[in-house]
Structures are given as C-alpha cells and as structure tokens.
Design a protein around this ligand. Structure first.
Ligand code: TRP
Length: 324
C-alpha cells in the first residue's frame, strides 16, 4: 500500500504564491506517488475568522485554486473538514491525552496571544490538537506544509507517541515534507507572505495586478540609487527570481552586485516570469469557475470518500480507549 499524505489549507480566500510555493506545489507533485488526502480546514478558520459570512465563498475560492493548480479528484481525496464530522469526535478524544502545558508553549499560540490578547478562545489553544486530529483521522505518514507549521507537526508526533504508548500502536508518526521554498517572504520584504498583511500575490490575480504588486515590492533597502551596488542575499525579489528563473540566477547575482541591473528592471522581469509560470493555472481556473456544479460535486464526493476512512479510524480509537 502507498504511504498516506494529508494536508490542510485554511480557507482565507484565494490562495497566494506563498501558499503555493510553500506547500501547494508539493500537493500536486505527491499525487502520483502517494495516497493523498487534502482538506480545506474550515473549523480551523473559525479560531480566528471574524467575518464568518465570508467563509463559504472562501472555501469555494480555495478549492478553485487547488483544482486549478492541478489537484485531481480522480487521484486524491479533496474535501472540506467540517463535512466529515468524525473530526470533532477525534478532536475531543485526543484533547484528553494532550497536556495543556504542551499547547501553551506552541510558538504560534504565544504569538496570537501577544497580537490579540482579547481574542484568546478555548478553540485557539486547541488548534494544534485539531490539526493533529486531521492528520491522525487519516493515519497520514507524510504532511506537506510550510516551515511555519513545523512546531505543530512536532506536537502531533508527541501526541502520537503518547497515544501509542497508552493505548497500543495505532498511528504512524507523521513526517513533515517541505518544498524547496518553505518560507516565502511577502512583497514588503519583512514578514511571511500572507493575505492579512496584504504583501501577497494571488494565484488568480491577473497579469496586470501581478505586475503592479511586484513593482511595489521592497528590494535591498541599502540600494538608494540605480548606481549603488546591490546585495542580493538580503533581497526578496532576488529570492523569488531564483525560484522562477533558476537558469538566470548566477548572471543576475553578478549584475546586481555590480549595479548593471536596476531594481525596476529586475522587478519587471520577475513579474513577467511569475505571469508566464502561472498562465496555465490561471486559464484552468477560469474554466473551472464556469462549472460551479462540478466544483461543488468534488466537495460532496471527497467528503464521502474521506468519511469511510475517518469512521474506521474513529472506531478503532474508541475501542482502544474503552468507549466501545
Ligand atoms: N495549520 C495549517 C496552516 O495554518 C492548516 C492545517 C490544518 C493543516 N490541519 C492540517 C496542515 C493538517 C497540515 C495538516 O497552514
């Protein structure tokens, strides 16, 4: 039997190139080698989403992006987290074997408490247990994620070890799988690319929107004049160009250091290469958006297939924990 892959995408709306380069590309690549389960994690979104009126549309937009990027419902199970309610039961059961102290020291939790001290709900503390429940419900071996998720996966492994020790060997210890670009910095050159910071480029953006955003990107701050030598090692535009145009990069690095190329030209070239790279994905997205019934059916079928696996795992867990 093939190894099982599981990953979750938060439905924050349209996906951006940070989501894609940081994890999504691996989703597509892994479909041929693994038994893949991909989930749009709407319950996770509730831990921080203020405007739940947008959630249904956000789920739909994220699904369109994933399908356009090449997720194939013939190969992978693609579904929405809350459509398989067994997740809630496993979440409750795993919360009984997870020490609170483990959750309070998770860096993403500490960061959220620091940024939004007035919005620390019980669900937010349990976020990594819910994520672990996703992974374990499908007994995944491999979890493609971005670098920021590594502490959550470490915790998932700790929960697995604890569960297996108490109740007998049940779950494999899930391993993270990073892309070759596991942390994509936003166009501001400071923080991780994220929709909430507005420093992102949507996969579905038009070529014009992409160019406009890229032209606003921050480059090497020390380079004030066109004639100043550049420092590609601190420049996020350089990093992105390295990803999109690896064959040009040695020359570009030299040209930047010797001020033979200016930041404006460099950004224009980056915008062109992103637009070239995403052209096929964007065309597929337009086609899919014209078939909403099909997209909806993918969700319905995915949930049915996911639920078969989920029920089996849950029965086993309940029996091991003495509930049946
Ligand atoms: N926490 C992940 C993120 O913010 C999303 C997620 C939820 C996930 N459940 C998961 C990722 C299970 C991998 C596996 O990106």
């Amino acid at each position: 039997m093939n190894k099982r892959v599981f990953s979750g995408v938060r439905p924050t709306g349209r996906l951006h190139i940070g989501n894609y380069l940081g994890a999504g590309k691996n989703y597509v690549a892994m479909q041929n080698e693994y038994d893949c389960v991909y989930c749009i994690v709407d319950l996770h979104a509730l831990t921080t989403l203020e405007d739940t009126g947008k959630l249904q549309n956000n789920i739909y937009e994220a699904l369109l992006d994933l399908l356009a990027a090449g997720l194939d419902p013939q190969k992978s199970v693609i579904f929405v987290q809350s459509h398989v309610p067994e997740i809630n039961e496993l979440f409750a059961l795993l919360s009984m074997v997870t020490p609170l102290s483990w959750l309070l020291r998770v860096p993403t939790f500490k960061e959220k408490v620091r940024l939004h001290p007035q919005n620390v709900n019980y669900g937010l503390v349990g976020y990594p247990v819910l994520m672990t429940s996703d992974i374990l419900l499908y007994k995944a071996d491999v979890v493609p994620v971005g670098e920021d998720q590594l502490p959550h996966l470490e915790l998932a492994r700790e929960i697995v070890r604890r569960f297996n020790e108490h109740f007998g060997e049940t779950f494999p210890e899930p391993q993270a799988k990073l892309t070759n670009f596991p942390l994509v910095v936003g166009l501001d050159g400071k923080d991780k690319m994220s929709k909430s910071l507005g420093n992102h480029i949507e996969l579905a953006a038009t070529a014009e929107e992409t160019t406009k955003k890229v032209m606003s990107a921050v480059t090497d701050p020390a380079r004030k004049l066109r004639s100043d030598p550049g420092h590609p090692e601190v420049c996020n535009v350089f990093k992105l160009r390295k990803h999109f145009e690896p064959e040009l990069i040695t020359q570009l690095e030299a040209d930047c250091r010797e001020a033979k190329i200016g930041c404006v030209d460099c950004k224009r070239a980056l915008a062109d290469s992103i637009n070239r790279d995403l052209a096929a994905l964007r065309a597929r997205r337009v086609e899919l958006a014209a078939k909403p019934e099909y997209v909806h059916q993918v969700m319905v079928d995915g949930a049915k297939r996911a639920q078969i696996i989920a029920r089996q795992t849950l029965d086993e867990v309940k029996s091991k924990m003495g509930l049946i």
